[in-house]
Ligand binder design. Structure first.
Ligand code: ZN
Length: 249
């Protein structure tokens, strides 16, 4: 009697669901936490090379203040605009879950701030966690996302390497769960450790940098241009941050 069996299974699952703890909200860990959201580059960078080409401290060496970022092949979507839009959506979602959000820039028409300042903003805020939002400009044949975590730079990243690794795994898992594919042209299994990024090297709080797709790839570009997809990705990022904060407690 398969229908009776099905009914019994349903009854048992309902009973199991009703006995679940009331604090099982997966976003609960965000409440009261400070999150640094760092939308990469800025819309005005391209017009001001005299500012963004200046060298700034980057963690034991000096590097350009910032770069212009990339764009889709048709130039209709710039990386700063994409980063800003996802960051704005993520900020709204995080605040709705009770988190305090600190942004490294408040619009997409200015210049900078420089990479060292971006890290300093998160440090000064005493952020519990930090995330940089980017999209890559790679080989047009390659697609997919990757998460960049800080590698060990002595005298700089020591205290954040381990928690940032945990954060990178949680963010990658949430992007996997959202159906995004891991990059097939860079990194390994959707993740890479780097020591050349000032924004990570100078951070005193756990931080990762997400490259959410390859703007030069036609398939990825279609996603990156979609408002619906960006909202979907912002939700996935929020889940990853919440999971990290829950585990860190
Ligand atoms: Zn970028």
């Amino acid at each position: 009697m398969p229908s009776l069996l099905a009914a019994l299974v349903l009854l048992f699952s309902l009973a199991a669901a009703s006995s679940a703890p009331v604090d099982s909200n997966p976003l609960a860990a965000l409440k009261g936490k400070t999150v640094l959201v760092d939308p990469g580059h800025n819309g005005g960078n391209a017009a001001h090379p005299e500012i963004i080409d200046k060298l700034v401290p980057a963690g034991g060496f000096r590097k350009e203040c910032d770069t212009t970022g990339t764009a889709t092949n048709d130039e209709r979507l710039t990386e700063p605009a994409f980063n800003w839009d996802v960051a704005r959506r993520l900020t709204k979602l995080l605040r709705a879950a009770g988190a305090k959000v600190v942004l490294t820039r408040g619009n997409n028409s200015g210049v900078g701030p420089c990479i060292n300042k971006r890290a300093a903003i998160g440090n000064k805020a005493g952020a519990d966690v930090a995330i940089s939002i980017h999209a890559d400009g790679g080989d047009p044949g390659g697609r997919g996302f990757h998460v960049i975590r800080p590698g060990l730079v002595r005298g700089y990243t020591g205290p954040i390497v381990k928690p940032s690794y945990a954060l990178a795994k949680d963010v990658r898992a949430s992007l996997d769960a959202a159906g995004l594919v891991r990059a097939n042209y860079i990194a390994r299994n959707g993740m890479i450790a780097r020591k050349d990024l000032g924004g990570l090297n100078l951070s005193k709080v756990p931080k990762v940098l997400t490259e959410l797709g390859n703007m030069r790839n036609a398939g990825d570009a279609r996603h990156l241009k979609s408002a619906k997809w960006r909202e979907h990705v912002a939700r996935a990022l929020r889940s990853g941050l919440a999971k990290y904060l829950a585990d860190a407690q």
